[in-house]
Write a protein that binds this ligand. Structure first.
Ligand SMILES: Nc1ncnc2c1ncn2[C@@H]1O[C@H](COP(=O)(O)OP(=O)(O)OP(=O)(O)O)[C@@H](O)[C@H]1O
Ligand SMILES: O=C(O)c1cc(-c2cccc(F)c2)nc2ccccc12
Ligand SMILES: [Mg+2]
Length: 273
């Protein structure tokens, strides 16, 4: 069959190794595919819990999308299989684990490290938007680190662009209200906003609109109440980029391809990503 494309996997194809972590619906283990000796991450999800949370359709759709995405900064989904009780996802193994743990350990990243991560995420998002796939929420918890220190977007929260559902749903766009037609633009710019939040958190160790109460965070976001602390010292070039991404008016946010040309990225990001 085509490389791993139509193969029918079973648990017997793998030697299971140490647990990597616990997710909402089950555990993730290191595993080695016996024939190829290829090391992967095997994510085990319990059908009972998927049913309970009514996420099985979402999981199927996200697995469908994820398996077609091929980018160095997007965690690969090689395949899946299921038995009586569980669904198994065969994932690329991110040897250096979770980014948010690394951020907690370092408190905040250097400008070079932050810019390198932001540039690789921007390239991954440009790739996704080009395929009408948008991401719902980019945050440190959804980012893993590969063996060479490269960033991998690992979240299965990808949602296929409503663009295709809208097309098939009503055949014509004529009856769509402006906000739904506009949502194409709206979705892409959501990812630019989230990347701006992430860039701030990489540099300061905390997200920009953090507050004790949710209602205060909500208000600060709506007001774009963006403040840069005096410590740690951060270049004005970095602050300029963040200020151009965290803009209320979606169409005024810096486009991702422009981000890759920003002086702060040019001067600080490691081209290899
Ligand atoms: N491909 C991987 N490589 C290395 N470690 C992984 C991988 N996938 C998951 N892990 C580890 O297992 C933990 C749980 O996985 P994950 O976060 O995907 O489960 P989940 O929270 O149920 O899924 P989601 O975050 O999409 O809801 C992660 O926090 C991470 O430490
Ligand atoms: O028993 C099933 O046919 C089954 C299949 C799948 C499934 C099928 C393909 C991809 C994927 F991610 C999941 N998910 C489930 C979730 C809950 C209960 C049953 C199932
Ligand atoms: Mg998780």
């Amino acid at each position: 069959e085509a490389a791993g494309e139509k193969k029918r996997w079973t648990l017997n194809d793998f030697d299971i190794g140490k647990p990597l972590g616990r997710g909402k619906f089950g555990h993730v283990y290191v595993a080695r595919e016996k024939r190829s000796n290829h090391v992967v991450a095997l994510k085990v999800l319990f059908k009972s819990q998927l049913k309970q949370s009514q996420v099985e359709h979402q999981l199927r759709r996200e697995v469908e999308i994820q398996s077609h995405l091929r980018h160095p900064n997007i965690l690969r989904l090689y395949g899946y299989f299921y038995d009586q009780k569980r669904v198994y996802l065969i994932l690329e193994y991110a040897a250096k684990g979770e980014l948010y743990k690394e951020l907690q350990r370092c408190k905040y990243f250097s400008e070079r490290r932050a810019a390198t991560y932001v540039a690789s995420l921007a390239r991954a998002l440009i790739y996704c938007h080009g395929k009408h796939v948008i991401h719902r929420d980019i945050k440190p918890e959804n980012l893993l680190i590969g063996a060479q220190g490269e960033l991998k977007i690992a979240d299965f929260g990808w949602s296929v662009h409503t663009f295709s559902r809208r097309q098939t749903m009503c055949g014509t766009l004529d009856y769509l209200p402006p906000e739904m037609v506009e949502s194409t633009e709206h979705d892409a710019s959501v990812d630019i906003w989230s990347l701006g939040i992430l860039c701030y958190e990489f540099l300061y160790g905390v997200p920009p609109f953090e507050a004790k109460e949710h209602s205060d965070t909500y208000r600060r976001i709506l007001l774009v109440d963006l403040k840069f602390p005096s410590k740690p010292v951060v270049s004005s070039s970095a602050k300029d980029l963040i200020s151009q991404m965290l803009v209320r008016e979606t169409s005024k946010r810096m486009p991702l391809h422009k981000l890759l040309e920003h002086p702060w990225i040019i001067q600080n990001a490691d081209p290899s990503g």
